[in-house]
Write a protein that binds this ligand. Structure first.
Ligand code: SF4
Length: 212
């Protein structure tokens, strides 16, 4: 476990690189964000945005999604992996919101996790984005970065990393740092070609020598 001072240095650095980092998923209505977050499992936000634009245009209400022909939903999202399962989840989310939540996205974390395909991480992302509730959900980028920087270890599950980060970072900065760490992983400390040569975290990074 690193110190709060070191975490503050890391947070300050990603803040300087990505001061305006924010969610990159496309949506118009609250429930569309929940669907987009569910679809983003094991794929990129860019790939999700490429399919949701057409899907949300054709099915512009929960009722339409709930009553859609599942094959047509599959057709819209076919470019994504696991599309058959994800199509079922889209319809499941629409039906659950209509049947159990009066058609409104709940803000409670446990309630959100009753939606098909929505787990702890996705619920955290939805709470941050729609309800501005402080949280620090951990995705694949944050797992990689926290391992490289010695914040987490290989045996840590995402929930363990989330707990560690929450202890190291003031609650008032959880949302901002969540977005900035994801941007750092997506555009700078990438899985295959991290920009180690120009990285101010080289001195404290366990991974730097591999790429340089
Ligand atoms: S030194 Fe390289 S691997 Fe380490 S945090 Fe910086 S970019 Fe990532």
């Amino acid at each position: 476990m690193i110190t709060k001072e070191r975490m503050s240095f890391i947070s300050g650095y990603v803040d300087s690189l990505f001061p305006n980092a924010k969610c990159e998923l496309f949506y118009n209505q609250d429930y569309e964000l929940a669907i987009a977050v569910m679809l983003s499992a094991q794929t990129t936000d860019k790939a999700v945005n490429a399919v949701t634009e057409g899907l949300f245009k054709e099915y512009d209400s929960l009722e339409k999604l709930a009553n859609a022909d599942i094959k047509d939903i599959e057709r819209h999202i076919k470019k994504l992996g696991l599309y058959k399962n994800k199509a079922k989840n889209i319809q499941g989310i629409a039906k659950t919101l209509l049947n159990d939540f009066d058609g409104k996205l709940p803000s409670d974390k446990d309630a959100l996790q009753t939606l098909p395909g929505i787990g702890n991480k996705s619920a955290g992302v939805i709470r941050i984005e729609i309800f501005k509730i402080p949280d620090l959900p951990v995705d694949t980028h944050i797992i990689r970065i926290t391992n490289r920087l010695g914040i987490a270890s290989k045996k840590d599950e995402p929930i363990d990393i989330e707990r560690k980060l929450k202890k190291l970072i003031p609650e008032s900065s959880w949302i901002k740092t969540h977005h900035q760490l994801i941007h750092f992983g997506r555009y700078f400390c990438t899985a295959k070609s991290p920009k180690c040569d120009g990285c101010a975290l080289r001195e404290i990074c366990k991974f730097k020598n591999i790429s340089s």
